[in-house]
Design a protein around this ligand. Sequence first.
Ligand code: FAD
Ligand code: NAD
Length: 402
Amino acid sequence: MRKPKIVLLGAGYAGMMTTKRLMQQLSIEEAEIILVNKHNYHYQTTWLHEVAAGTIDQNQSRIMISDVIDPLRVTLVEETVEKINPDQKKVTLQNGELDYDYLVVGLGFEKATFGIPGMAEHALSIQSFDKSRYIREHIEYQFSRYRNGEKDKEGLLTFVVGGSGFTGIEFVGELAEKLPQLCKEYDVDLSEVRIVNIEAAPTILPGFDEALVTYARRSLEDRGVEFKIGTMIKECTKDSVIVGDDNEEIKAETIVWTGGVQANAVLGESGFELTKGKVNVDGTLRAPGYEDVFILGDCAWVMNQETGRPYPPTAQIAIQEADICAENIKALMKDEPLKEFVFDNKGTVASLGGRHAMGTIFDGKKLYGLSAKMMKHVIDDRYLFMLGGPRLVLKKGKFRPF
Ligand code: FAD
Ligand code: NAD
């Protein structure tokens, strides 16, 4: 008898952890498992602000898939997904096609620019490993330009970050650590450098705990970050942003947009019913109308029944969804009842660069400074442990406190 074929799209948190769990729960005779990803490596999206600022060795944030997923159990297809046809149970790849019995979609997020003129064309974004590495190279290049005769160019060493959500805040924290180092390396006076974080809402980290927000802002301002709060970016040009009601122009040769994310465009192009760009999955994480298609991570719209609002897209939720998804695929194969997904919120911790961090854990306990930073490392290493055991923690972990 032909083995059922399980195809997983995307090797992010959702795709990797579902693959891992399926390997643990199903024997080689029970199912064929195929993982499709753009690259032969998995990258830690939650570390990309460090890759982008150059505060981490870029290779620490990526893991060869074959190091953690047994190639004898799972076939890795290094390909780009173009479209899903759920009615025909087929996936179109850039160079081919795959059919499936069960499909798991974990294709992650893209930057959302909300139609702001020039943003898609001119701003950089912390969106993938390659794009983050590009930002790192770009930043260093500005310093070499300064030394190579362009020191008087307006905005050469102005680094504008659009949006003060968690990505923007974590990134400016890394910049506040990295740029003084680059100044030393390139003999540039630190006063020549500006880090400007621009946020449309009246506060940074809108909606987050007020005491922690105040702490984060002070910590970043103390290290030279300028905030422009309640200031909307209206336009982005090749070398500036236009902001606020008075259309102020801020000249900057580096503009990084962290103003929002949306689900991978493949979902819309595949004809799934969408809510704000995501698939509004049922309690078992399946796409409406398709009993064999699971949608996870940043592609899924998962409602928080208590607040009546969707959960924010995080790695934490993607990892938890993977457990239920693997169990539910097994249940479908054995004709057993499926489980409902219940999110267990373990808190939110944000790094602010160097030894600085803040956040809440479990029942809302607040952490500041080095203790928050250590907790952040524990969270990072816990994921590595779940994915690849102690060997992976030793190879790629952040077990050092700073
Ligand atoms: P992703 O991790 O985005 O993975 C998607 C995968 O699909 C990638 O490997 C990509 O290469 C692949 N892919 C995409 N398109 C295609 C295609 N067409 N064909 C083939 N492959 C494709 N969340 C937290 O919980 N805690 C944090 O501390 C945290 N920090 C963050 C820091 C930053 C800088 C950012 C940007 C996000 C952070 N998040 C954090 C959010 C978190 O990273 C995302 O919610 C999470 O990555 C979503 O996981 P995913 O598996 O859905 O997708
Ligand atoms: P976000 O949507 O959370 O934040 C975007 C910010 O940009 C908002 O504050 C918004 O008001 C602002 N903005 C939007 N348009 C603007 C404009 N025109 N001008 C100025 N400001 C504008 O996006 P994000 O920060 O990329 O986060 C995405 C997801 O990833 C969230 O769910 C977040 O919780 C998660 N994340 C978590 C962590 C962590 O837990 N440490 C870190 C990074 C990201």
